[in-house]
Design a protein around this ligand. Structure first.
Ligand code: 5GP
Length: 130
């Protein structure tokens, strides 16, 4: 069965998309730690980060870097933090989180955003990738 993220890539489940190329896809986390919290995934469905083949791993890091630089321009923050967990969704995903304090990396503190806010953040980040 396809992962929830493969369904997002295929457009079967909606998302606030940031960017896409042939191998990778970036979109906003639906339950963000901070405004602009983004997930970057390989289209190839693999459960664990370090099980990726080397080319896909490096490609994911390069793509994540581009997205992180765009987040930094679009979202006021001290820096963009990166983490990989994957305990909830068994499809590799890099969390890119605009940081104001250490608390933003804790996954305990969440922010509520409405549809308009999600749309506007996604559009804003995307504009710096164009
Ligand atoms: P992890 O697997 O790294 O522990 O966490 C999975 C992350 O994916 C969580 O931050 C969660 O909010 C996010 N997530 C889970 N389901 C969806 C979804 O359907 N859409 C989006 N955009 N994010 C999701």
């Amino acid at each position: 069965m396809s992962s929830i993220f493969t369904k997002i890539i295929n457009g079967e489940i909606p998302c606030y998309k940031i960017a896409e190329n042939a191998d990778f896809f970036a979109f906003l986390d639906i339950n963000p730690n901070a405004k602009g919290h983004t997930l970057v995934i390989p289209k190839k469905e693999v459960n664990k980060l370090f099980d990726l083949d080397e080319e896909t791993y490096k490609g994911l890091m390069n793509f994540s870097r581009k997205v992180a630089l765009a987040i930094e321009k679009a979202v006021p923050c001290r820096r963009v933090g990166m983490t990989v967990i994957g305990l909830e969704v068994p499809h590799v995903h890099v969390h890119l989180i605009p940081l104001h304090s250490m608390q933003d990396m804790s996954f305990q503190h969440k922010v509520n955003l409405n549809d308009d806010e999600f749309r506007s953040i996604a559009k804003n980040i995307s504009s710096f990738l164009a």
